[in-house]
Ligand binder design. Structure first.
Ligand code: AMP
Length: 111
């Protein structure tokens, strides 16, 4: 059994506020939002971080990148959005299942 919290969210073992899913990704609202809209996009496959990617993930990555602006539009983020990928402890990663933060709307902190 995986101890990964995002695998458990993907599998419905831990509740989440789901926004979107398909055969490759699962998208849900961050439990501690840093802006009006704060989504997390995870691949269904358990990949620890960007460090875990290989050539076999190329199509998955393109899929994720194309989905981000679509989801942002659906969330009403007509003027733009921010994406963040924290990688490793030194990069501030807390959950070791690759995820892309999608943030926007009021409350978006400066960078
Ligand atoms: P990171 O620091 O990039 O690993 O981000 C992990 C994110 O996961 C944080 O923004 C947390 O608020 C979020 N998070 C942790 N547990 C949950 C959960 N059960 N449901 C939704 N978001 C979560």
């Amino acid at each position: 059994m995986s101890d990964c919290i995002f695998c458990k969210i993907r599998d419905g073992e831990i509740p989440s506020d789901k926004v979107y899913e398909d055969d490759k990704v699962y998208v849900f609202r961050d439990i501690n939002p840093k802006a009006q809209v704060h989504l997390l996009m995870i691949p269904r496959e358990h990949i620890e971080s960007l460090e875990g990617l290989t050539d076999v993930h190329d199509a998955l990555l393109v899929h994720m990148m194309h989905l981000l602006p679509q989801l942002a539009r659906e969330q009403g983020l007509d003027t733009g959005f921010r994406t963040i990928i924290n990688t490793g402890k030194g990069g501030g990663q807390e959950v070791f299942h690759l995820h892309i933060h999608l943030l926007g709307g009021s409350g978006l902190p400066g960078f």
